[in-house]
Write a protein that binds this ligand. Structure first.
Ligand SMILES: Nc1ncnc2c1ncn2[C@@H]1O[C@H](COP(=O)(O)OP(=O)(O)OP(=O)(O)O)[C@@H](O)[C@H]1O
Length: 252
């Protein structure tokens, strides 16, 4: 299925007939089956689907964290399949940002040091004005010297979002970014992600199990058994939940 979200805006990510098979022989598992989709620049796309439907595999292949078994992935026009592991790591560092459920902060570093870590790993100096702007954007200006253990879960995820934003990435990949947060805190994080799309033109791809979280996106792609089974523009939480029930996501 060619699931073009829109052809009028340039694509930040393009998957063409992407398949991913884990293992070999009888034990082989097809996690993605010939997925073709374009995700628009400046768009917020949520990936939903039943457990085991291929959401994480989709995100990992789209972000160059994992290589497809077949098909091509392009990030802003760059074909990832032609890149060596070193070049792929460089590309991820320079052109992608990541936000994970477990925050993945370095506990011994301060907020500012955590945020600027990707730049320093790339051998670049953190621009002070950029750091100040990003801290302001995520509402942590008064917490710069704190360490992760001194922050709430929501604040830690804001540090992770700032770390993803600091290098002005083409795409932010978020894997269950609100999975470890309570409802109210999660809402704040989702509002922040939405604001980065609306005010900075950020492109976001987010895997989530939560219809309320998915409703913050512009478009929801529904995966089932490694394929894009459906999509929804301008989603509502109720609409997404209904679609998930029809996919049998919560039937068990
Ligand atoms: N490293 C791996 N080795 C073998 N099989 C794997 C591996 N990673 C994923 N799979 C299998 O591929 C399929 C898709 O997994 P994936 O993690 O992408 O699904 P998901 O939709 O993200 O699931 P969940 O919602 O439970 O996190 C599943 O059947 C899973 O068991």
């Amino acid at each position: 299925m060619n699931e073009a979200i829109t052809r009028t805006v340039p694509e930040a990510i393009t998957l063409q007939a992407v398949s991913k098979v884990y293992g070999k022989g009888r034990g082989a598992v097809a996690a993605l089956r010939e997925v073709s989709v374009g995700l628009p620049k400046g768009g917020f796309t949520a990936i939903m689907g039943p457990s085991g439907s291929g959401k994480s595999t989709f995100l990992h292949c789209a972000a160059g964290l994992d290589r497809p078994s077949a098909g091509t992935v392009k990030l802003g026009g760059t074909d990832l399949s032609g890149l060596s592991d070193t070049k792929l790591t460089e590309l991820r560092r320079e052109r992608a940002g990541f936000v994970f459920q477990a925050f993945n902060l370095v506990s011994s570093l301060t907020v500012s040091q955590n945020i600027t870590l990707p730049l320093r790993l790339a051998g670049k100096r953190a621009d002070r004005a950029r750091l100040a702007a990003v801290l302001q954007r995520v509402g942590l200006t008064d917490r710069t010297g704190h360490r992760p253990g001194q922050l709430s879960g929501g604040q830690q995820q804001r540090v992770a979002i700032a770390r993803a934003l600091i290098a002005d990435p083409e795409v932010i990949f978020a894997d269950e970014p609100t999975g470890a947060l309570d409802t109210m805190t999660a809402r704040g994080v989702l509002v922040l992600l939405r604001e980065t799309v609306d005010t900075m033109g950020q492109t976001i791809v987010m895997v989530t199990h939560d219809p309320v979280a998915a409703a913050y996106a512009d478009t929801v792609l529904f995966l089932a058994d490694g394929r894009i089974a459906d999509s929804m523009h301008a989603p509502t939480a109720a609409g997404v939940a209904d679609r998930m029930i029809r996919l049998g996501a919560w039937a068990r």
